[in-house]
Design a protein around this ligand. Structure first.
Ligand SMILES: [Zn+2]
Length: 364
C-alpha cells in the first residue's frame, strides 16, 4: 500500500492571533491565549509522524495553490475577491467565525490546491490513498461565504475537480468532523452524483444546520445523509452509525472515489465538542473506509484534514488514521487511549440508538 502525504510549513503561518476557544480576543475576551484554530495541533501531527518513523514510509506529495479557475468550481467570484482583498489588507471577516488574516488568501488557496493534488495523485495511481494535512480547514465554507474558520472548501473543490476535470461519475464525501459538513451539503444538495454523509454532534455548528431531515432535493434527494449524534456519543455509537447508516449508504452508492473530511474534534478530550472518540475508534473508522474504497473505488481514498483542537490527543488520532491508510504500525503507544476507552458511556446508549434509527428509517 502506498500512501501519499501532504503538509507544508506554510499552513502553520495562517495566524488567527489570540482568542478564547473559537472566538477572537476583543471586547470582554482577554487577549493572550491562542485562538482554538492554531497551528500547533497540525505541526504536532507532523512531528509525531516524523518521530514515529511513519513519515519516511509515506510518499510526500507537493501541493500547489489552487488557481482562481479552480476556486470558482464552487466559490463565487465575489467571495474569492473578498478573501483576496482582506488578505492583501489588514485582514477581516469573511463570515461567521471566519477571519482572514493578512496573507492567508495564498495559504487557503494552497490548502485547496493540496486537496486537488491529492485527488490527482490517487486518480493517476501515483499512490493508493492520500492524507492532506491542510490548514485552514474547509468544510464549513459555502459558495459565497466563509464560516467556522474556513475560507475555501477544500473537500468540495476536490470532489468537483474529480467530477468536472477528471471524469469521475460518482464521488462520496464522508465528513466525521464533529461539526456539520454544511459546505458539502450546500454544494451537492440537488446533485445525485456526489453522496454527502456527515456525522456530527447534534446542533453545534453551524447553528441550526445538519438535521436528519435534510436529505437532499430534486434529483439529489436521498444523496445527503446527516447523522446528528447526541452529545456523549462514543466508540459504540460511531460503530453503530457506520454499521447501520454510513457503510450501507456507501455500498448502495458505489462511489468511484471516496473523500473523507477528517476532523478529530469528536475526540473525548476535545475542547469544542462533547463526544468521546479515541485513536482506536478513528483507526477503525478508517478501516471501514478502506474496505468500502477497495470494494467500489479501486481503493481510491483521499482524506483532507479539518478540525481537532486538543494539542495532546489530535496527533495520536491522526497517527492512528495514517497508520491504517498506509497499512503500517509504528511502536508509538497512544497514552490517551487507556483513559478514554475507560470512560463510562463508550458503549452504545439507547438514546443514541434512537438517533441512528431515525436515519436508518429515512434511507432504508
Ligand atoms: Zn469541527
Amino acid at each position: 500500500m502506498s500512501t501519499g502525504f501532504i503538509w507544508r510549513e506554510r499552513f502553520g503561518w495562517h495566524d488567527l492571533g489570540s482568542g478564547a476557544g473559537p472566538l477572537r480576543a476583543g471586547g470582554w475576551i482577554e487577549p493572550g491565549e491562542p485562538h482554538a484554530e492554531h497551528a500547533a495541533t497540525k505541526r504536532r501531527i507532523y512531528s509525531l509522524l516524523e518521530e514515529s518513523g511513519l513519515l519516511a514510509r509515506l510518499t510526500r506529495i507537493e501541493p500547489r495553490p489552487a488557481g482562481e479557475h479552480e476556486l470558482t468550481l464552487f466559490h463565487t467570484p465575489r467571495h474569492i475577491a473578498r478573501a483576496r482583498e482582506l488578505s492583501a489588507g489588514a485582514g477581516g471577516s469573511l463570515g461567521l467565525d471566519a477571519w482572514v488574516p493578512p496573507g492567508s488568501y495564498e495559504i487557503a488557496a494552497l490548502a485547496a490546491g493540496a486537496a486537488i493534488v491529492a485527488v490527482d495523485a490517487v486518480l493517476d495511481g501515483t499512490v493508493d490513498n492520500c492524507y492532506a494535512l491542510v490548514r485552514p480547514p474547509g468544510h464549513h465554507a459555502e459558495a459565497d461565504e466563509g464560516k467556522g474558520f474556513c475560507i475555501f472548501n477544500n473537500v468540495v473543490l476536490a470532489a468537483l475537480h474529480a467530477r468536472r476535470n477528471r471524469g469521475i461519475e460518482r464521488v462520496a464525501i464522508v465528513d466525521w468532523d464533529v461539526h456539520h459538513g454544511n459546505g458539502a451539503q450546500a454544494a451537492f444538495y440537488e446533485d445525485p452524483s456526489v453522496l454527502t454523509i456527515s456525522l456530527h454532534q447534534d446542533g453545534v455548528f453551524p447553528p441550526g444546520s445538519g438535521t436528519v431531515a435534510e436529505t437532499g432535493a430534486g434529483t439529489g434527494t436521498g444523496a445527503n445523509v446527516n447523522l446528528p449524534l447526541p452529545p456523549g456519543s462514543g466508540a459504540g455509537a460511531y460503530a453503530e452509525a457506520f454499521d447501520r447508516v454510513v457503510v450501507p449508504a456507501l455500498e448502495r452508492f458505489q462511489p468511484q472515489l471516496l473523500l473523507v473530511a477528517c476532523g478529530f474534534d469528536a475526540n473525548g478530550f476535545d475542547p469544542m465538542s462533547r463526544q468521546l472518540l479515541h485513536s482506536r475508534a478513528f483507526a477503525e473508522m478508517t478501516e471501514r473506509m478502506l474496505t468500502v474504497a477497495a470494494a467500489s473505488a479501486d481503493g481510491r481514498l483521499v482524506m483532507t484534514h479539518e478540525g481537532g483542537y486538543h494539542t495532546g490527543t489530535v496527533p495520536f488520532c491522526a497517527l492512528a488514521v495514517i497508520e491504517r491508510l498506509a497499512g503500517e504500525r509504528t511502536e508509538v503507544v497512544d497514552p490517551f487511549l487507556v483513559p478514554l476507552e475507560g470512560m463510562a458511556g463508550q458503549e452504545l446508549q439507547p438514546h443514541q440508538r434512537d438517533a441512528i434509527e431515525r436515519a436508518v428509517e429515512l434511507f432504508d
